[in-house]
Ligand binder design. Structure first.
Ligand code: MLT
Length: 329
């Protein structure tokens, strides 16, 4: 080894030791100021509902306020880029759904790498979806919806939250199952999309039960089916799309929590502990159960559990998306 290489090696060892020591010191005092939890879709929508539900108990555990901030646009990728570039100190956290796994195939120029630019905190919740229409839409059940679409395809609009959103994915799977092609209308989240569905400006929306269950129960929207293979306890009278003929139609949305790459492990452990406490909080559990959403088994609410799941989901969705030929530039 040349003297120059030897000096470089020593310098690297010193820097690494310093980084570990600094991380340990940072972790001891963490958190000593409010934490931001970035939501990649509009306020009031399903991801926002979950974020706000867990932010309060997480904040209580951590002894600091967890502030929810909505950074919207481009199907969640703007928020993901923001968090990937944030200081790796545990003060900027990110909650996102399976869009984290579909984005690498959907976006040709993705400004972040889900497998390289983040630390993983844990899986959060699993949420089914429902296929809905505005209240005065002519079709009263799924059979009527199919006939109506056949006869009026060009008149029917389908809302979604942009490329990478699960409402978009569910809509694509639905159109493919019905062998039809509807006019799609993108929003910055299904919160605003739902406002337009309630206002009668768009016809159809596939959206998560964390937003839709109360609206279905209050009959403010029409519902044609749920996207799970079994009926939901919160909506026992709503048939599955599978049982109505769309064999194998299944979308269940998983969520994960992330921080910027190189956030010290001791800080990730503290955040993970707070997330686990929040997900086991009786009030949170009850609210999620009322929305037919599930807390994953606790071995998935771990950094390794989330990372393994994300890897598997990227492998699952990438070929499907490539085959469908859906891309953003
Ligand atoms: C939202 O929070 O608005 C939704 O999760 C968007 C979507 O992915 O459909």
């Amino acid at each position: 080894m040349t003297p120059h290489n030897k000096t470089l090696k020593t310098l690297k060892t010193v820097l690494l030791a310093c980084a570990l020591a600094c991380g340990a010191v940072q972790a001891q005092t963490y958190p000593d100021k409010p934490i931001t939890l970035v939501v990649p879709f509009a306020a009031g929508g399903p991801t926002d509902v979950v974020a706000r539900m867990i932010a309060i108990p997480m904040g209580k555990s951590l002894g600091q306020t967890v502030l929810v901030e909505n950074t919207v646009g481009a199907g969640g990728t703007i928020a993901a880029s923001r968090v990937a570039r944030s200081a790796p100190n545990g003060y900027t956290l990110f909650i996102h759904h399976m869009g984290m796994a579909t984005a690498p195939a959907l976006y040709k120029k993705l400004p972040f790498d889900p497998l390289k630019d983040f630390e993983y905190i844990g899986q959060v919740v699993d949420v089914p979806m429902t296929m809905l229409a505005r209240k005065d839409f002519p079709a009263n059940n799924f059979a009527e919806l199919q006939s109506y679409i056949k006869a009026n395809k060009d008149k029917v609009s389908l809302a979604n939250a942009g490329l990478g959103a699960v409402s978009h994915l569910c809509g694509l799977l639905f159109m493919s199952a019905l062998e039809t092609d509807l006019t799609t209308v993108p929003y910055k989240g299904t919160g605003p999309a739902m406002n337009d569905l309630l206002g009668g400006q768009v016809d159809l929306l596939c959206d998560q039960t964390t937003q839709t269950v109360p609206l279905i129960k209050e009959a403010r929207v029409k519902v044609y089916g749920v996207t799970t293979l079994k009926r939901l306890s919160a909506l026992p009278n709503v048939p599955t799309l599978d049982e109505q003929g769309l064999k194998g139609f299944e979308v269940k949305v998983w969520h994960g929590m992330y921080a910027a790459k190189d956030t010290p492990a001791a800080i990730i452990d503290k955040i993970n502990a707070a997330l686990r406490v929040a997900l086991q909080d009786p009030m949170v559990k009850q609210r999620l159960a009322d929305l037919s959403s599930d807390v994953p088994p606790m071995d998935k609410v771990t950094p390794a559990g989330l990372r393994t799941h994300l890897e598997a989901e990227i492998k699952k969705w990438s070929p499907v998306i490539r085959k469908a030929g859906i891309y953003a530039d």
